[in-house]
Write a protein that binds this ligand. Structure first.
Ligand code: SAH
Length: 398
């Protein structure tokens, strides 16, 4: 952090003051009392084979179990009829312990958006959101219970961090979505299906790490989850790496590490302001890694992976939606492998902020486009069920 930069309390924000929030950086240690039970999705296939062999079973049972979990989404050991009846309980007990229990499901958008509240082995609560579109299905998953990044406009940030999710707890959210689709529980909704075979059961095509938590603050488990999700059966679930997006507040060392992983996942950076003065207040971790450093890491990521970086920008009325900020953002991004995803601010409890006026949003888009920066405005799927960006707070009772 540059010592010349003003403390946050001096920031002149041309808007309602932001209450000072403690900077909780990546060092925020989850109070990890007990680890979630070991599950086959935590392990590579060779280790799964070794666990099975230790039980005195032939090691190919590891492949059978893996196909049940990643490919058939089988829930109950009794349904694993290709395993000897007498071995099912022991095998499932060792490699398929229950991890997340669905506590509540909420749907909207004619049932095509569905938010699930999950309870972990220790009572920790997380949420995931499935969004079915005519041509794809996106699962938005949580990487942590709560979040330590304390962004004041995000509901998850308000309650702080409870703990990291394990690799398997992350993967299990996607498998649960795939199971719901395979069982026909998620309607297709209106709109034409452009798939080659419209009668084929829908699959989870995209995964976004945009639920609760800061994925890069739970680095090892998130990267392992990406590998499990994208490795082909029986090692993993076989989703394309290019259809996975990891979103971050901008933890620069972790972005650099991710670039070196040899993964083709999309990086999304939650920028929300082009200037440090405002970003220090909206994304407190900016005081540690300011805009210039975050963008430099993003351009390195784009250069190494060849993937266009997605710049997330929640448009907040009279806070970050001024024309001059659009111009500044445009000048920072022009000529880079970047795409701006504008998110009309979703309401969160206790926040006085609201989405930008339509005219301000249109002008923001126009100014970015005039500099040749590609822009899209994200839909507000899931708003009515508090399932949209920044609304996941995982309360047991609504
Ligand atoms: N911690 C990661 C992953 C969360 S992604 C990150 O911040 O990138 C969730 C996205 O929704 C982030 O871009 C976040 O800044 C944004 N967001 C948070 N609160 C929001 C709100 N109230 N309205 C719109 N977007 C919001």
């Amino acid at each position: 952090m540059s010592p010349a930069r003003p403390p946050v309390s001096d920031a002149r924000v041309s808007a309602p003051p932001v209450s000072p929030v403690p900077v909780t950086l990546t060092g925020s240690r989850p109070r990890n009392r007990q680890k979630p039970p070991r599950h086959l999705a935590d392990l590579d296939l060779a280790t799964r084979r070794a666990v099975v062999a230790d039980l005195g079973e032939p090691s190919f049972r590891a492949v059978q179990l893996s196909r049940h979990f990643f490919g058939r989404y089988t829930e109950h050991p009794d349904d694993m009829t290709d395993l000897p009846r007498g071995s099912r309980a022991a095998l499932a007990g060792a490699l398929l312990p229950p991890l997340l229990t669905a506590e509540r499901e909420l749907s909207c958008d004619d049932g095509t958006t569905r938010k699930t509240l999950w309870r972990g082995f220790d009572g920790a609560l997380v949420e995931s959101v499935l969004m079915r579109y005519p041509d794809r299905v996106t699962m938005c998953v949580s990487s942590q219970a709560g979040c330590g990044m304390a962004c004041p406009f995000c509901a998850t940030g308000q309650a702080g961090l409870t703990r990291n999710l394990s690799t398997a707890e992350i993967v299990a959210q996607v498998v649960a979505g795939a199971r719901a689709l395979a069982r026909g529980e998620v309607p297709a909704g209106p709109g034409r299906v452009s798939a080659n075979d419209p009668s084929a059961p829908p699959r989870v095509s995209n995964v976004v790490f945009m639920g609760m938590g800061e994925p890069l603050a739970n680095y090892a488990n998130v990267v392992a989850a990406v590998r499990r999700l994208t490795e082909p059966l029986p090692e993993g679930m076989g989703i394309s790496q290019r259809s996975v997006t990891v979103s971050t507040v901008g933890l620069v060392p972790a972005i650099n590490r991710l670039a070196a992983e040899d993964l083709s996942v999309t990086l999304a950076v939650s920028l929300h302001a082009p200037d440090d003065e405002l970003r220090d207040t909206l994304v407190p971790v900016n005081r540690r890694w300011p805009v210039a450093e975050v963008l430099a890491a993003a351009w390195d990521y784009a250069a190494v992976t060849g993937r266009r970086v997605s710049i997330e920008y929640a448009l907040i009325r009279d806070i970050n939606d001024q024309a001059w900020r659009a111009d500044l953002l445009g000048s920072l991004l022009a000529g880079h492998l970047a795409h701006v995803n504008l998110i009309p601010l979703n309401p969160t409890p206790g926040s006085k902020w609201t989405a930008s006026r339509p005219a301000a949003q249109r002008e923001f888009v126009r100014r970015l486009e005039s500099r040749g920066v590609p822009v899209t405005v994200r839909d507000t799927r899931g708003r009515e069920i508090d399932g949209a960006c920044g609304q996941l707070a995982a309360r047991a009772r609504p």
